[in-house]
Design a protein around this ligand. Structure first.
Ligand code: HAM
Length: 451
């Protein structure tokens, strides 16, 4: 190679290095859940999972991608979710598809599509998984977030509403959270329409005092002005006419019955006429769940309640999707919000059970056999760890020490030939040679003694 070609090559390599694109980063509003955090996730998900199974809910797993029309028709064209927050795109076939912003619409679609009205009613379903909203990322608000979502289809009795509210409370309580449930009734679509007319008149006269968003809401989504977080709008909402005073008689009775059921339970609830929810499919019961934080922390800046979840009744949803008239009621609780609340309270779920044994291997042949031995120990129910990438005994024992295991099992060339293995007591360093075939049995004996 001449000096010239050498320089050329170096130059090319240099310019190539400059052109290396920036390493890919997480998208805004998306998160990685790392192993050290996963203990919180497992705790929340498993608590919900086992409670819902105990109460007769069946798990359903619907796709994350659905036809855009499903969400437009159900959640409502003028809601924030549909008008601003959906991850919608055209697929390669030219169809408009959307990453699910919530589960309820998909559950109702599945209920109709799989003819679930032919099953014994009510049909109780749940899902735990991610949803997507192109919202402005901020504390507790992500573009991919996770919900524990459960629904009852086919029961219009107030007891179904109370069951959903009670289970929301129970799951939160089991997770150590102190919550309050704010309940309201949205009446029937007809009584609500009448009320919205009255509300419009009220806000029209105060239009100039409303925030820009609420000015738009005034024509298309008047109810949402009631839960606007802007100070001025909030003030006006305080003296606005209330929906409870305009409920139809049946909705009123239904609401009273839901409250009576709640009174019989230990659910801490309060009436809140400003709970209107951000999705169009609701009628009658609507509620939101708040975690009380401040009373338990020293730092009063942490005292704002965390909105953990919300839900309600949606008796027209299944019919809207082409199904038979089927009442429904349900809730979604945000897992990120739950974990945030658990952390703010300074709680830490008890960690996974600690490993008991470390398997150390010495020499190539022993390493080859180590997989089999590891599997023997694991299937015997012994919580085992190993580091197959390390070959030195010292570093493997250091690793074992860090993990805090009670015993190390050492497999070397000599032991392999003799069909034996060494058990080392990590506390006092005493080592014993035992038969390779009896290792699981021997360890179990020792572990039992240690308890
Ligand atoms: P939602 O009020 O839109 O209701 O959402 C429920 C919960 O999901 C919220 O209270 C919050 O904890 C969590 N959540 C929503 N958006 C975000 C976000 N961007 N980042 C983090 N967490 C979020 C529904 O989704 C209805 N489908 C609930 C329902 C079920 N109604 C009847 N059945």
């Amino acid at each position: 190679m001449t000096a010239d070609t050498q320089t050329k090559k170096t130059k090319q390599a240099g310019s190539h290095a400059k052109r290396t694109p920036k390493p890919p980063k997480l998208l805004r509003g998306f998160r990685d859940i790392l192993p050290e955090d996963s203990i919180f996730w497992q705790h929340a998900k498993q608590t919900a999972f086992s409670t819902l199974l105990d109460y007769g809910y069946g798990e359903i797993d619907t796709p994350m991608l659905e036809q855009t029309s499903l969400f437009k028709r159900t959640i409502g064209e003028h809601t924030d979710i549909v008008s601003k927050e959906m991850f919608t795109f055209e697929d390669k076939g030219g169809d408009s598809v959307t990453m699910r912003p919530e589960f309820t619409a998909s559950f109702a679609r599945a209920y109709v599509e799989h003819g679930m009205f032919n099953r014994p009613q009510p049909v109780k379903l749940f899902s735990i998984g991610p949803a997507f909203r192109y919202d402005r990322p901020q504390a507790g608000r992500f573009r991919q977030f996770n919900q524990i979502n459960f629904e009852i289809f086919g029961n219009d009795h107030p007891v179904a509403d109370a069951e959903i509210i009670f289970l929301s409370y129970l799951i939160c309580k089991q997770l150590g959270l102190d919550i309050s449930i704010h309940v309201n009734s949205l009446g029937t679509p007809e009584s609500r329409e009448e009320y919205v007319g009255i509300l419009k008149e009220y806000f029209k006269s105060k239009r100039r005092l409303l925030c820009e968003d609420c000015k738009k809401r005034l024509t298309k989504n008047t109810l949402r002005i009631l839960d606007c977080k802007e100070e001025e709008c909030n003030q006006l909402a305080q003296s606005a006419p209330q929906l409870v005073d305009h409920l139809d008689e049946e909705s009123k009775q239904h609401f009273v019955a839901v409250l009576e059921h709640l009174d019989e339970s230990e659910v801490p609830y309060e009436l809140n006429p400003y709970i209107v929810r951000g999705l169009d499919y609701y009628n009658r019961t609507a509620f939101e769940i708040f975690a009380k934080i401040g009373e338990h922390t020293e730092d009063q800046s942490e005292s704002k309640p965390i909105a953990l979840g919300g839900g309600g009744r949606y008796d027209g949803l299944v019919e809207l999707l082409g199904g038979r008239e089927t009442p429904g009621v349900g809730v979604a609780i945000g897992i990120e919000r739950i974990i945030d609340a658990i952390k703010k309270l300074g709680q830490k779920p008890t960690s996974q059970k600690k490993p008991q044994v470390f398997l150390a291997q010495l020499g190539e042949e022993a390493t080859k056999h180590a997989f089999t031995l590891f599997e023997t120990l694991r299937t015997a129910g012994i919580r085992t760890r190993a580091n197959f990438a390390k070959s030195g005994l010292k570093e493997q024992l250091e690793h074992a020490d860090k993990l805090g295991v009670l015993y190390a099992v050492i497999l070397g060339q000599k032991e392999l030939l003799d069909e034996t293995v060494i058990i080392r007591d990590m506390e006092n360093g005493i080592q014993e040679v035992v038969d390779l075939a009896k290792i699981a049995e021997e360890l179990k004996k020792r572990l039992k003694k240690g308890i």
